[in-house]
Structure formats: C-alpha cells, structure tokens
Design a protein around this ligand. Sequence first.
Ligand code: NAD
Length: 462
Amino acid sequence: MLQHTPTSDIEPTYKRLCDTFHSGATLPLAYRRRQLLQLARMIQDNQTALEEAIFADLGKAKQEAVMSELAPIVSSALQAVDKLEEWNKVEKPEVHESWRSGWDTTIYIVPKGVCLIISPWNYPYILSLCPLVGALAAGCAAVLKPSELSPATSTILARLVPKYLDPNAYAVVNGAVPETSALINLKWNHIVYTGGIRVGRLIAAAAAKNVTPVTLELGGKSPAFVDESTDMEVAARRILFGKQQNSGQLCVTPDYVLVPRHKKAELIAGFEKANKAFWPDGALAPTSHIGKIVNPGHHTRLTSMLKNTKGKIVIGGQIEGDKRIAPTIVDDVPLDDVLMEDELFGPILPIVPVDDVEDALRVIRERPYPLVLYCFTESEDVRHKFVTRTNSGTLVFNDTFSQLAVHEIPFGGHGDSGYGSWNGKHSFDTFVHRRGSTNVPIAADPHLAFRYPPYNNASYEM
Ligand code: NAD
C-alpha cells in the first residue's frame, strides 16, 4: 500500500527546494559530486532491498533488475562524477568577426533551477534516477514523482532519497492524479515526464502555462525489421531477448516484427529455438524468471487482445491467472488487427509479413514516429535506406535494448514518441541552460561611434 504525500505538504516542499536552490547551495561542484556519489552509494548499500521491492511490484528477477536498472544508475552517476568539470566548463567560442573578438564572449553552463521528474511504473528506478543524475550534475534541485502503480519501489525511493541526498534540495512526492496535478500546477524550471502520450499531453499543457520546458519520454509501437541478408537465428534470439525484458512492459521493446514473406518460416524457427533455450522448462515454469503483468487491468487488456487477434499464435500463449503471460509470438498479423492498434506493452510479438524492404519502409512510414526502430541487416544499402528514409527517436541495427547502455547517445523520442532526451551528458544538457554572455569594453566606445544616432541616409558597406 503506497503512502501518498499529503497534498498540503507539496507546496512547502517546493518552497524549501526553491529556497535551497536560490541560496546557491547546490552550485559548488564539490556539493554535486557528493550528491552523485551518495546516489551511487544509495543503490549499492541497499541493493537487496531495492531488488526485493522491484520483485514485489513486477516479479523482476534479480539479474534483470541489476542489469537493466541498478547497475546503469550507478555507472551513470559515476560517469557524471568523472565528467563534472568537463561538462560544467565555461565555453569561450571563437568569434568569427575579428572586431568583436575583444568582447569576452562566453557561454556559461548554468543549472535550470528547481525541476520535476515524473516517472512510470515499468522501470521505476532507472526512469527516475537516471534523469536525476543529470539534475544533480547540473546543480539543480529536484522533486521525484514515481508511479502509484509500482508502490513498493515508490515507497523505497521515498525512504532512501532523503536519507542519502540533501533533503533540502531533493524530495520524493508519492501519489496519483491529485498529487501529480498539484505538482504540475507549480512553476518548475524543467519537467521530465516519462509515460503514456495521454498524460504527456496534460503535463505539456500544464507546463505551457508557466512556459516551463518539458522533456516528454513517451512510447509507441517500435518496429523491428528483419532483412533477408541477416542471420535469422541470431536476429530471432536478440528480438526475443528484448521482448521478454520486464515481460514486454518496456518502452523500447520490439512491438512488432516485419519480415520478408519468404524468410518468415526461418525466423519463426529461430524464435522456437531461442524460446526453448531461454525457458527449457516452459516460460511460466517455476524455474522461469518471467515477471508479472503490473496489474489485473493490464493483464485483461493483453489477454483479450490475444483472444481477438486475427493472427495465429505460434509460440507461447499460456496465461497464468491474472499475473503472468508467456512470451507469445503471433504469426500473419494483418495491419488492421487489434494487435497493431496501440503500443502492446506486454509479452506479445506480432509478425507482419512484407514483400520486401520497400514494403517494410512503407508500413513504418505510414505510422507515427516510433521511440526506436530496430533493423537487422548485413546490407549497407538497407542500412542507408533506414537512416535516410525513416524517422524514430533512436535507430538501432542488429540488436534490441542494448542501446540504453551506451551513455553517449541520447535516449528520447521524436514526433509522437516525445521530445528531448536523457542519458549520460544528454541528461546533464537537459537540466542546464547555456547562457550566452558578452562584455563590451567601455574603452571600445570610440570604435562604436558609427552605431549611435543621428542616422543619415549614407549607404554603408556590409
Ligand atoms: P503511469 O501510469 O505510471 O504514469 C506515469 C506517471 O504519470 C505516473 O507518475 C503517474 O502518477 C502520472 N499520472 C498518471 N495519470 C495522471 C494524470 N491524469 N495527471 C497527472 N499525472 C498522471 O505510466 P504509464 O503511462 O502507464 O507508462 C507506460 C507508458 O510509458 C508507455 O506508453 C511506455 O511506452 C511509456 N514509457 C516511455 C519511456 C521512455 O523513456 N520513452 C519509458 C517507459 C515507459
């Protein structure tokens, strides 16, 4: 049971954070370094409790929790510690026009201020704490608002964050719609929202009233195209690996597969082989690590789609009460099928046969820009077509999911999958303002005489 933060506490918390930020306490790099190290320490000291909480919410196996949530938070906090000075360095851009070169042209990297990070239930640690790494490195104060649908992880975050981080600058507000509504009515200097598009629109509209910049990390149907040039067995293994993470409740999960018709049987044979290797006793056997669907509502949504699809279930399909669903591959799914309407956000993978790469590009381009586009190919020509003729937040060749481990590339959406990004330096950039500055020497005034009125009609050379 999640203990909601009393709504009467929200404004005083916000004011406390504003006062701390305006006092300058979060500015020294030594302070930021300490907060980042404390965040890493918070994860390391409490690994077992954090694993237990995520198991309670999602049935997530320890190995998966460490690999996809806890370890990346520690590594990105430590990367930020290493890079703190470099990222915060004042820039002195080269001035193209030599007569302005004495103007002390500078770009200061300044924290945006007091920020709000709203996160969903599916990756409750990484989606709140990795953006927080950016806020800490930038010297911002921040409120975290985790999801009410993952109560055990939201509870542990509320307990640990004030214990490890400066409680005057960092706070967790727990709750659902009333608490989030109270939060978004306040004037923040930046909001990072991760979740579905419906609520994303509400957040962006509320932020617009205060001209607050927003990062919207949304979802969508991320396709995987498997080209005839690729090794079907490896492609199938890598796609199923990405699909089964967190039981498909992952924003970057491959949502559907496009494969040339003549290669479909080979791909399905690859899925069968991978399925057997991953779960030798069956995906829902007690030995399997497959986690649960977050709540009965989402379980019903997924199982009713399986009942109503016009496609044919070729792998999986087993359902356990209102908890787990075996990773399920559905063949010959038409484009107007129930499985092709919205983001599936579950362990179901439709296969949509296409004629060739051009047909796949048509299907992709007729749909909203996805968060990720996966393409399995050995062909330079196909790679070029995907780079130049498609759009998506991220474009990944020959693997799924692993792009998140590369801190150097931005993680974010494009079009309907959102805007803005985080990850490594990109998280930092989200929370800073690049403040341009010049200092025109008083002594230079005689050289500026030409700009002062009165003006005449003489023509000037440009
Ligand atoms: P959710 O229901 O947990 O909601 C996300 C946050 O919004 C929560 O903190 C919740 O309290 C808040 N919220 C919910 N309703 C609200 C309302 N009416 N007003 C104000 N706040 C409200 O998450 P979800 O939307 O079910 O998350 C799943 C979606 O998130 C999927 O579409 C998925 O693709 C997307 N997602 C995107 C990313 C990404 O990085 N792009 C990552 C994970 C999930």
